[in-house]
Ligand binder design. Structure first.
Ligand SMILES: *Cc1c(COP(=O)(O)O)cnc(C)c1O
Length: 445
């Protein structure tokens, strides 16, 4: 066996005209070279030279592999509604359409149609946000981590920021309050203890370098037992006495009361503004159910400072985000958010409706058992809280292998394993994905 038995690059390229037509010449060439290198290596190790057909087939596989999208739609059968690993909130129809509309051509992103002059991208969402929440002014950035960073930087750079020890949280993806504080150039002043912080602790920490009182929503954990924290209104009153602003990082920031769906009460944006917070920060893609964004609402002088800060340019939202956000906010203003926004549809889905779906799945598949189970809201909101659901449980011999096969379907299906059974929760499966889900299951069972 010798290396000379291998075909030349030119010969393979000639035979791979189809690949070249699909993938373009440079990439096809690179894939062929890649496969020939591997073949040479194999020959040196004593293997026979591969046939031309095999080499071309391998080049095809290599090309597919290089171009396969890693960001792709999946079916979420986990029952975790705001699943951070699965892209958080699915967008409502109006938001999807609005994104397509501005993506397809030019738009009024920074253009004032009436006057024919330059406009401001800030104007698109601000009016809707203030009308909805009662805030004086609003500013949108790329995500809530950026919102908190910008607020801290513009309000408290080179100053002290007082935070309760119970609120020095880490949320997924390495966002830690002490780290973000460092980045902003503000100095963290921890007060109180893990379980108990009193108003007096805040007051004792105030001195001439104090620039801000920060309250952070615990988000993804809960402290229970012997605990206390001052209410936001108390922090605002304290701040007023010493002329210190209060920033409330709400995380999820609901505009609708979650308690009406049998859940705990998630802090609402309107409540924080009503309590007098100088600025409130929250995410666009958690309980708002919109695109990834960070939203800051509050008193005009502080919002104006955000706008003017040089960092605001580095964290500004793009046109697709703004289009989707505005379309999502309109549903809240029209009071049909619960019917139109997917995460609220899922939260509000009645148990009997979920049960009908899981029973229909079991019937169609001719196997599996419908069992009671729990869905969760996720997205750093309502930890430990669940919504009663109706699950399809499949007893299969190798549950881990089965879920791996589900992940390998097209589109991939993400399911849970509970008590050695594979369980699928209809709450987070979009109705239009049901057929694909069932077909994949039929193929595997
Ligand atoms: C989720 C969260 C953030 C970060 O928001 P992103 O939109 O993910 O950037 C910040 N603070 C709190 C309290 C959160 O829960």
């Amino acid at each position: 066996m010798s290396l000379r038995d291998l075909p030349s690059v030119e010969r393979l390229l000639q035979r791979a005209a189809k690949l070249e037509a699909t993938y373009g010449r440079p990439l096809t060439l690179e894939a062929i070279r890649d496969r020939l290198d591997a073949a040479r290596e194999a020959i040196r190790e004593g293997h026979p030279p591969p046939q031309e057909d095999i080499l071309i087939e391998e080049a095809h596989k290599t090309l597919d592999h290089w171009l396969a999208p890693t960001l792709q739609p999946v079916i979420n059968a986990t029952g975790v509604i705001i699943h951070t690993n699965l892209g958080r909130a699915p967008l409502c129809r109006a938001a999807r359409q609005a994104m397509i509309d501005v993506a397809e051509g030019y738009s009024t992103l920074e253009y004032n149609l009436k006057r024919g002059v330059r406009g401001k991208r800030e104007d698109h969402a601000e009016g809707l946000l203030t009308r909805l929440t009662g805030g004086e002014a609003a500013f949108v950035v790329n995500n809530n981590a950026a919102a908190v960073l910008l607020a801290l930087t513009s309000m408290a750079r080179r100053k002290d920021v007082i935070v309760s020890r119970s609120q020095l949280i880490e949320i997924g993806g390495g966002f830690r309050i002490p780290d973000i504080m460092k980045q902003s150039g503000a100095k963290l002043i921890e007060v109180g203890t893990t379980n108990r912080t009193h108003l007096q602790d805040y007051e004792d920490a105030i001195h001439e370098r104090t620039g801000l009182i920060l309250r952070v929503h615990h988000s993804n954990f809960r402290i229970i037992g012997f605990t206390t924290e001052p209410a936001l209104g108390e922090l605002v009153d304290l701040g007023k006495r010493y002329d210190i602003p209060v920033l409330d990082d709400l995380g999820s920031g609901a505009l609708i009361d979650t308690a009406q769906f049998g859940l705990g009460h998630e802090p609402m944006v309107q409540e924080s503004l009503g309590a007098g917070a100088s600025l409130v920060a929250f995410s666009g893609d958690k309980l708002l159910g919109g695109p990834q964004a960070g939203i800051l609402i509050g008193k005009k002088p502080f919002v104006d400072r955000l706008r003017r800060h040089p960092l605001s340019r580095a964290v500004r939202p793009d046109k697709l985000c703004l289009a989707a956000l505005v379309a999502t906010l309109r549903h809240y203003l029209r009071d049909d958010a619960v019917h139109e926004i997917p995460i609220w549809q899922m939260i509000a889905a009645p148990l009997d409706q979920l049960q009908k779906r899981s029973e229909a799945w079991a019937e169609r598949l001719g196997q599996g058992e419908v069992i009671p189970g729990q869905s969760t809201v996720g997205g750093g909101s309502l930890p430990e809280e669940t919504l009663p659901s109706s699950l399809l449980a499949l007893s299969v011999r190798y549950p881990n292998a089965f879920t791996a096969h589900l992940r390998g379907s097209d589109p991939p299906i993400i399911a849970r394993i509970e008590d050695d059974r594979v369980v699928l929760d209809p709450r987070t499966v979009l109705v239009e994905q049901e057929e694909e889900l069932l077909r994949a299951l039929e193929g595997l069972l």
